[in-house]
Design a protein around this ligand. Structure first.
Ligand code: KIV
Length: 264
């Protein structure tokens, strides 16, 4: 049966973890969805893993839209979430027009990076029928403001602020939250503080779901591997088996392990 936002809500209510993976084309979308992964993210990480940039900033709406169309062709029942690229939601009007383009291409949810300033935009999207995932913590589109890819939410003040932002964005209409590179205790606190399903990456084992970039979990990388990544292909005899092993490990909460997490 096709995964919907209701499936993710039910999983949270039952305490059953769900899995998400990036995919950017029809073939991998089919393999990922057939392996039992619940959500496919067409991430702007494609700017780094497909296009060779050193950040996600150069990715355009047209490029995300192209990859969403490809993924939608291959997908076999996973929920399709598409990233809104850098500055494509700088104003409410831009967000509405650009989200509409991604939904027409086949997305079932859009993901936006930011904090409290996104509340008005999220409300406008949600009121018009666009499901939204709000991405908090290490938001890669802000790499130049952060001065690098750094763990976010360390220290009491920063942690309290992130909890407040998560609650505010949920109230504004965010259906799902995504936490990237935050201490696991903070991710647990946020997951318990909101009703919306929370997906983590580098956020410990207590979020409702997990996401990884496909290239990372297959060990197809050229640079340094992040602490939160596990190479599932290393223990599998095919790419398909690696996707299935990842979905199973997330379901059973054996991934992420302690060594993949950050402390406050
Ligand atoms: O662009 C992406 O792939 C993402 C994940 C890292 C969550 O946003």
């Amino acid at each position: 049966m096709a995964v919907t936002i209701n499936t993710l809500r039910e999983r949270k209510a039952k305490g059953e973890a769900f899995s998400a993976l990036t995919a950017y084309d029809a073939t991998f979308a089919q393999l990922v969805s057939e392996a039992g992964v619940d959500v496919i993210l067409i991430g702007d990480s494609l700017g780094m893993v497909l296009q060779g940039h050193d950040s996600t900033l150069p990715v355009t709406l047209e490029q995300i839209s192209y990859h969403v169309r490809s993924v939608a062709k291959g997908n076999r029942g996973a929920l399709i979430m598409a990233d809104m690229p850098f500055m494509s939601y700088g104003t409410v009007t831009a967000a509405l027009d650009n989200a509409a383009e991604l939904m027409r291409a086949g997305a079932q949810m859009v993901k936006l990076e930011g904090t409290d300033w996104m509340a008005e935009t999220i409300r406008a999207l949600s009121d018009r029928g666009v499901p939204v995932c709000a991405h908090l913590g290490l938001t890669p589109q802000f790499v130049n403001k952060f001065g690098g890819y750094k763990v976010q939410g360390r220290g009491e003040e920063q942690a309290d602020e992130m909890v407040r932002h998560a609650q505010l964005l949920e109230e504004a209409g965010a259906d799902v939250l995504l936490l990237e590179c935050v201490p696991s205790a903070l991710a647990k606190r946020i997951t318990e503080a909101v009703k919306a399903p929370v997906i983590g990456i580098g956020a410990g084992a207590d979020t409702d779901g997990q996401v990884l970039v496909m290239h990372d979990m297959l060990g197809v990388t050229t640079g340094k591997t992040a602490r939160f990544v596990k190479n599932f292909l290393a223990e599998s005899d095919s790419v398909q088996a690696a996707f299935a092993a990842y979905a199973k490990a997330v379901r059973e909460r054996s991934f992420p392990a302690q060594e993949h997490t950050f402390k406050a």
